[in-house]
Design a binder for this molecule. Structure first.
Ligand code: FO1
Length: 309
């Protein structure tokens, strides 16, 4: 039996989670620990974009083109809300709204986010354990030349066009790992940092006291998959953020960020020339195709990572 734990953000994390789910046997064990720094409240509803992206992808319900939201969505509710004067810059589909209504109701009844997430995932037929990194408030704030922005205001509202000067994970110091998160790191045979944005998806999780320590101390084989391929982000603003925060925009720059956190860096074939410099930092290096695309590509990458365990 293989016990695998994936630290994930949104789309890249969800795709690799799907690949691992496809590649693992029924007696294997997969836990996906998910970033909550992107979570926000809109229209009085608790929105957890990264959790939903992971859950919808594992359930086979996600919109493959956008990467987030549900396939075949309709927007009647949002249109009606817009007519009533609500600001509808954040696109919430009718069926996606059901998730947010149910989550909000259960949270208000006092159920922790981890338990709410487990319930929603089970209802949608998701087999792996999907855990928010914490049940406590943890909010990513983005410092830009225009001032400090809430994460979704930066990411969706302003299309991540602002230079990122710094990031704050508000609440992280007082946050506790959700039940199951530390054992998932400690007891795993393989821990994978997904090809998610290191600053926006991985660092908020490591900011929860105990998580970084558990990752450093685990006896699991630890692998980081670079979200930078050929000097560009597979998706989103990772490249710009690396640059404005003074890091090299490459898989080598990502490897430097992951020093002491992972044993193996998985980099794309396009970056094969960086294998030597990354090895010099003390990592083992797996060079393969990291751009996953659809289910076959996800499963293939997952199998290569599982072979490292
Ligand atoms: N991303 C967008 O670029 N525009 C949207 O309107 C949008 C709506 C949305 C609704 C629900 C959800 O779960 C995710 C949504 N996302 C949207 C994606 C999401 O905000 C970001 O991709 C992540 O937070 C970054 O990982």
């Amino acid at each position: 039996m293989t016990r695998v734990t994936l630290l994930a953000g949104g789309v890249g994390g969800a795709r690799l989670a799907h690949g691992l789910d496809l590649a693992l046997d029924s007696d294997d064990d997969l836990t996906v620990v998910v970033n909550v720094g992107d979570d926000t409240e809109l229209h009085g509803l608790a929105i957890s974009p990264d959790i939903d992206t992971v859950v919808y992808t594992l359930a086979g319900l996600n919109d493959e083109e956008r990467g987030w939201g549900l396939r075949g969505e309709t927007y009647a509710t949002l249109e009606a809300m817009s007519r009533l004067g609500e600001d509808t810059w954040f696109t919430l589909g009718d069926r996606d709204l059901a998730t947010h209504v149910v989550r909000t109701a259960r949270l208000r009844r006092g159920e922790p986010l981890s338990s709410v997430t487990a319930g929603i995932a089970a209802s949608l037929g998701v087999r792996p354990r999907v855990l928010p990194v914490t049940d406590d408030p943890l909010v990513t704030l983005v410092d830009t030349p225009s001032g400090r922005l809430g994460f979704q205001e930066y990411f969706v509202g302003r299309q991540h066009a602002d230079a990122v000067l710094g990031l704050t994970f508000d609440g992280a110091d007082d946050a506790r790992p959700a039940p199951g998160v530390l054992p998932a790191l400690t007891d795993a045979g393989l821990v994978v940092l997904a090809p998610s944005n290191p600053f926006l998806s991985i660092h908020p999780q490591l900011a929860v006291p105990g998580v970084r320590e558990a990752l450093v101390a685990t006896h699991a084989r630890r692998v980081g998959v670079s979200p930078i391929v050929g000097g560009q982000a597979i998706k989103g603003p990772a490249a710009q953020i690396l640059e404005t925060l003074g890091h090299e925009v490459s898989a080598l720059g990502v490897a430097r960020l992951y020093t002491g956190l992972v044993d193996v860096m998985c980099i794309d074939e396009a970056d094969a020339a960086l294998a030597g410099p990354i090895e010099e930092l003390g990592f083992d290096v797996l060079v393969t195709r990291t751009v996953m695309g659809g289910p076959p590509g996800r499963e293939r990458l997952a199998r290569e990572l599982l072979a490292l365990a």
